[in-house]
Design a protein around this ligand. Structure first.
Ligand code: PMV
Length: 313
């Protein structure tokens, strides 16, 4: 039997950065995200004599996928498998390929191995594999918060159909993985505790802003969460500076646009790309402004996507 699942990356508006000193990959901060459409991870699981992993057509050893299989086998009977995963966007360049990849893998394994996991339990296993993957199990707006650290749906994509203009400023693989980066921040950033304690409030306020469709409030909270997270990254030893010069130019351009009345805000994950979140009527203006910034290689405009799902074969 062969099972194929697809999932999309998500971008956090209230960020997760850092883990609790507990087993099971438990985040130190709650997060809220939007799942994107167009960008897709497609993962096929099939029977095999030994475990084999192919990423974008190439045989590879992937420590996180191997650890995910081990984690699942500690609880379930899962035979040797061949895993083939394709991304239609750059891998590990701050476009959350691990979120979509693991959301698709858990969804495919669930059916391939007859695990019969509820959607909430799928978020838990996705989280254990890669924290942000819990949120890609859902479409639209999703959250991941304590005390149970289960992913939850917040709004369907049709309930607030925002758009995201992604400005690509560097297509290389990122130099520091999120897991290593988080550990470095936990151990060395003097701002880490303040980041963790202040995020609970941001999370509650963002959920209210989403519920009220209050774009301006969500804009302020999201940019603040992003800049706080990058402040923690930049105050770690060694410092993680994911931004390119064009990243900073995009930040200023988005702030100028909003000051002049265009509803748009920026967010940036552990990478150099800028995601400008806006209302549909502002897309053309935002694309034109970001596309003209020196150092912006391309812009891609996406909408909000569906949750992880099986592909009919
Ligand atoms: O789940 P990971 O290991 O891909 O870490 C995600 C970290 C950020 O993308 C920077 C923030 C987030 O909440 O997605």
């Amino acid at each position: 039997m062969t099972v194929t699942a697809v999932a999309h990356p998500n971008i956090a508006l209230i960020k997760y950065w850092g883990k609790q000193p507990l087993p099971g990959n438990v985040p130190a901060t709650p997060s809220v995200s939007i799942t994107l459409d167009s960008l897709t991870s497609t993962t096929t699981v099939s029977a095999s004599d030994t475990d084999q992993i192919f990423l974008n057509g190439e045989a590879t050893q992937d420590a996180k996928i191997t650890a995910c299989l081990e984690m699942m086998r500690a609880e379930f009977r899962i035979s040797s498998v061949k895993i083939e995963s394709e991304n239609n966007f750059p891998t590990a360049a701050g476009l959350a390929s691990s979120a979509s990849g693991f959301a698709a893998l858990i969804t495919a394994l669930n059916t391939f191995s007859d695990l019969d996991l509820s959607i909430q339990r799928r978020t838990v296993y996705a989280r254990k594999a890669s924290g942000s993957a819990a949120r890609s199990i859902y479409g639209g707006f999703a959250s991941l918060g304590g005390p149970d650290w289960i992913g939850r749906p917040v709004l369907e994509r049709s309930e607030w159909p925002l758009k995201v203009v992604i400005a690509i400023t560097d297509e290389n693989r990122k130099s520091v993985s999120s897991s290593l980066g988080m550990k470095t921040s936990e151990e060395t950033s003097p701002y880490f505790d303040a980041w963790v304690s202040s995020t609970a409030e941001d999370y509650a306020a963002a959920l209210e802003a989403i519920e009220a469709r209050d774009f301006e409030r969500l804009a302020i909270l999201s940019e603040a969460s992003c800049l706080k997270m990058h402040g923690v990254m930049q105050s770690s030893l060694p410092a993680m500076i994911y931004w390119r010069p064009a990243t900073l130019s995009c930040i200023h351009a988005v702030r100028d646009l909003r000051r002049d009345g265009t509803p748009v805000f920026f967010t940036i994950d552990a990478g150099p790309q800028v995601k400008a979140v806006c209302l549909p009527e502002s897309v053309e203006k935002v694309e034109a402004v970001l596309g003209n910034i020196p150092g912006v290689i391309a812009t891609h405009t996406v909408g909000l996507g569906e949750g992880a799902r099986l592909l009919e074969s």
